[in-house]
Design a protein around this ligand. Structure first.
Ligand code: FMN
Length: 355
């Protein structure tokens, strides 16, 4: 038994969709809690005016009745309100009538740092928009909705997941905006109440640290991930780096960030990620015009200066999703009571209670 997520949707297409399968039946979902996470993803200092156009809310098309999951695939939709300005340019079918609104002219000026050039080359697109629309982080909205569902499941077994932006410097954001430049930064996700034993060392793809790293590295613009003290551990001695075990089987420190040998060890799980500066610059970098082969300046399109706070929300959803998947694998169950019952019995066997 595992959780699976399939998603689709372009940045300015009609909607973003996700199908979540593997949820137990009887899980109570709170529409307001999902929408609150969607709002958090839209906020943060340094965002573009697009966030004022979109007021993301979740629609559920299947798998839920009267607020409780049915144990069948859950279908989630987040509409792109901005699509109203792109109905010709992003029409799924050959557009009718005269070109109107945005996206009517092909994009041929790839941005360094974005999917534009490699995506166009890989898929044979002549209009770079055919690559950038899906590569854009817009579709993280529906992943945040799925993450909110995962967090509801985790709450049943006492796990809370929380993401925050580190290095948030609003003056630096103002200065970058004035210089028509962009910023990145670091985000941190902390998960409390995780029992020992999620993940496994049996196969490398089962390792919880590897899975969390892949989930967070899968977020647009994330270029580095560490678990616990991560890179800093490299310059310590073993005696300084490892977390000594007390008679009650708890740790005195948590340099490992809650995971050893790919398995959660009962301490807080700490994941940090480095986000690179956003690639769309209002003062564009050098590029090539793919239509003429001449040197040119990269595409300038409405864009965030910093999306660090949004990235923290997306990373929280990614970590929540991966922990929920690992918990489903360990505790199974068709009904939420079976899942919680298996977790309780296991915690009793190892005499573990959350701190
Ligand atoms: C929440 C979020 C918002 C983003 N907003 C923008 C943006 O407004 N402009 C931009 O150029 N990149 C933005 N990005 C980053 C790009 O999507 C990303 O750099 C691009 O898809 C290339 O992928 P890569 O950076 O992983 O190589 C955002 C990323 C995240 C996580």
């Amino acid at each position: 038994m595992t959780l699976e997520l399939a998603s689709a949707g372009e940045s300015h297409g009609p909607a973003l969709v996700a199908i979540v399968s593997g949820l137990p039946a009887g899980l109570v979902l709170d529409r307001e809690a999902i929408d609150a996470d969607l709002r958090r993803r839209q906020q943060g200092y340094g965002r573009s005016p697009r966030q004022q156009i979109e007021t993301d809310t979740v629609e559920v098309l299947a798998g839920l009745r009267h607020g409780r999951t049915l144990g069948t695939p859950l279908a989630l939709v987040v509409r792109n309100r901005d699509h109203a300005n792109w109905t010709w340019g992003m029409s799924p079918w050959p557009p009718e009538g005269e070109p109107d609104g945005k996206g009517t002219k092909p994009v041929t000026l790839p941005r360094p740092g974005h999917a534009d050039l490699a995506g166009a080359q890989k898929f044979g697109h002549e209009d770079v928009r055919d690559a950038l629309e899906r590569a854009s982080a817009r579709h993280t909205a529906v992943h945040v909705a799925a993450g909110a569902v995962a967090k509801a499941l985790l709450r049943e077994i006492g796990i809370e997941v929380s993401g925050t932006a580190l290095d948030l410097d609003e003056a630096a954001i103002d200065a970058a905006r004035a210089d028509r430049d962009t910023l990145g930064g670091r985000v941190e996700v902390r998960s409390t109440g995780v029992c020992p034993g999620l993940g496994s060392y049996a196969r490398k793809e089962d390792r919880l640290d590897a899975r969390l790293a892949a989930a967070v590295m899968g977020i647009q613009a994330v270029k580095g991930v560490e678990i616990g003290d991560g890179f800093a551990l490299a310059s310590l001695r073993g005696s300084q780096a490892h977390d000594e075990i007390d008679a009650d089987r708890r740790r005195r420190t948590n340099h490992a960030g809650g995971i050893e040998a790919g398995v959660s060890n009962g301490e807080e799980i700490v994941v940090r990620a480095a986000m690179k500066p956003l690639p769309t610059l209002m003062r564009p970098l050098d590029s090539v015009d793919l239509a003429t082969g001449e040197r040119a300046q990269a595409l300038v399109e409405r864009s965030d200066v910093s999306a660090l706070e949004a990235c923290a929300v997306v990373a929280e959803a990614a970590v929540g999703w991966e922990l929920a998947r690992a918990a489903r694998e360990k505790f199974g169950g068709d009904a939420v009571g079976d899942f919680v019952g298996a977790w309780r019995a296991y915690c009793e066997r190892i005499a573990w209670t959350a701190r």
